[in-house]
Design a protein around this ligand. Structure first.
Ligand code: IFM
Length: 449
């Protein structure tokens, strides 16, 4: 009997309390275009008017409600807030600054500091000024310098007291969406090879901004927020599924971050793309790794048929059909640390589209356990940012994908806390969470079958 009890203790996953250190970053993440409204000088605005049924319009009218929304952050008890600046509002025409927009951001950021909420500021979150898009976006030779000037202006004049900065949000999604799938600006559907040049442009813009910002203030922490997914083979017996899952893992998850470490961009997608280039100035241009984690994909690959690749998901799923897979976050945190041991890690996005708030509380709990467990095992995770504060404009999905801790009503602009907001608040107030640990060392199983 005693032996059975001992064995149960040894092998059962007994809940543990995972404590966050007092300086842990409890955070929510947002983006300007999705919340502020009236981003009329941006390429996305243009794109919405021309091609979408629903436009971001006034979004959540956050532009006119910064006091009210800062209060929502205080109610959650977060001590960090990830937000972005809209370059198109700050510099609506090339070389012409909009002082009203600049004062607005100064005020918003001062308010956050006053309430002891540290801003984490993203400079580019999918949108760019129309004038830059017209010049060719990241393919324009002048783009790196223009981006570096904007970044330097922001750290000097908009948020001089902010220490953590993100140059680009989800560069692989931004460029893949624009130049391979062709579903977002600049709508250029093409072969996978089309992503190489704009990706190099983004790397150059990132590096130019990184060096310019560090020159002004060497104490800043600068990085990117990188969308990472678990790619698993659909059929465990299929070598093709394995090959493609591994290739996607290397190219989508690691190639960009590796380039920021080594200066060398290596992309290899079987039967489609093999690329390697060296941009020395990109080497060692990140001070932290920002991970945006949502889900896992199962990859089915038939190299000799027309429709070569099919993506599958499994239950349980969000309203957008994305699998809920917290073990993936735990594994990715370990893998990231093994790959870049010198760098701290921030979970800069993690959330779920869940209109009726049926799954969000459990989602929050399990993903925070994954984060804090990895931390307790030596992974230097410093923050957890939940995506997102309130329902907002979810890009191609419009307003129907509801990611908010607060429900947002587009007609009245009211913000109503969902039960999960209270759950997050309680975790923050307790400084940790009781939960079942994830299978340790599962990160060694590379493809999460
Ligand atoms: O809303 C987006 C965000 O802008 C970037 N990361 C993923 C989120 C959910 O799709």
């Amino acid at each position: 009997m005693y032996l059975v009890f001992l064995l149960t203790l040894l092998y059962a996953k007994v809940p543990e309390f995972f404590r966050a250190p007092p300086d842990f970053g409890w955070c929510v993440a947002t983006a300007a275009h999705q919340n502020e409204g009236n981003n009329t000088k941006s390429d996305w605005w243009d794109f919405e008017q021309k091609t979408m049924k629903q436009s971001s319009g006034k979004a959540c009218d956050h532009w006119n409600r910064i006091e009210e929304d800062t209060k929502l952050l205080q109610d959650l008890h977060v001590n960090q807030y990830r937000m972005s600046l809209e370059w198109a509002k700050i510099e609506p025409e090339e070389g012409k600054l909009d002082h009203e927009a600049i004062e607005h951001y100064q005020k918003e950021i001062a308010l956050l500091h006053e309430k002891h909420i540290e801003p984490i500021i993203t400079l580019h979150h999918f949108t760019m000024p129309q004038w830059l898009r017209q010049k060719g976006g990241w393919l324009w030779a002048g783009a790196p310098e223009a981006f570096a000037n904007y970044a330097s202006f922001a750290i000097k004049h908009i948020a001089p007291h902010a220490t953590t900065w993100v140059t680009f949000n989800e560069p692989m999604i931004h460029i893949g969406g624009g130049y391979f799938w062709g579903i977002v600006p600049p709508n250029q559907k093409g072969s996978i090879k089309n992503v190489v040049l704009p990706l190099l442009g983004v790397l150059q813009a990132h590096a130019a901004a990184y060096h310019a910002m560090k020159h002004i203030n060497p104490h800043l922490r600068i990085g990117v927020t990188h969308h990472m997914r678990v790619f698993a083979p659909y059929a465990s017996w299929s070598p093709f599924d394995h090959i493609m899952a591994r290739a996607l893992d290397r190219s989508f998850n690691w190639a960009f971050l590796d380039a920021l470490e080594t200066g060398s961009l290596k992309l290899h997608v079987p039967f489609a793309l093999r690329h390697q280039s060296l941009i020395r100035q990109v080497q060692k241009t990140q001070d932290f790794i920002g991970i945006n984690y949502y889900t896992r994909d199962f990859i089915q690959f038939h190299p000799f048929t027309k429709n070569k690749m099919i993506l599958h998901t499994r239950e349980p799923k969000s309203n957008l059909g994305w699998e809920i897979y917290p073990q993936g976050l735990y594994n990715i945190l370990h893998e990231t640390h093994e790959r870049y041991p010198r760098l701290p890690i921030l979970v800069t996005e993690n959330g779920i589209a869940d209109q009726h708030d049926e799954k969000r509380s459990e989602f929050l709990k399990t993903h925070i356990v994954a984060t804090l467990q990895a931390r307790s095992e030596g992974v230097p995770v410093q923050s957890y940012c939940h995506w997102t504060l309130m329902d907002n404009f979810e890009w191609l999905e419009g307003f129907h994908a509801r990611f908010g801790l607060y429900a947002h009503d587009e007609t009245t602009n009211t913000r109503t806390p969902r039960p999960s907001a209270k759950v997050y608040r309680n975790i923050i107030l307790k400084g940790g969470i009781l939960g079942k640990p994830f299978t340790s060392h599962a990160h060694k199983l590379r493809h999460h079958q």
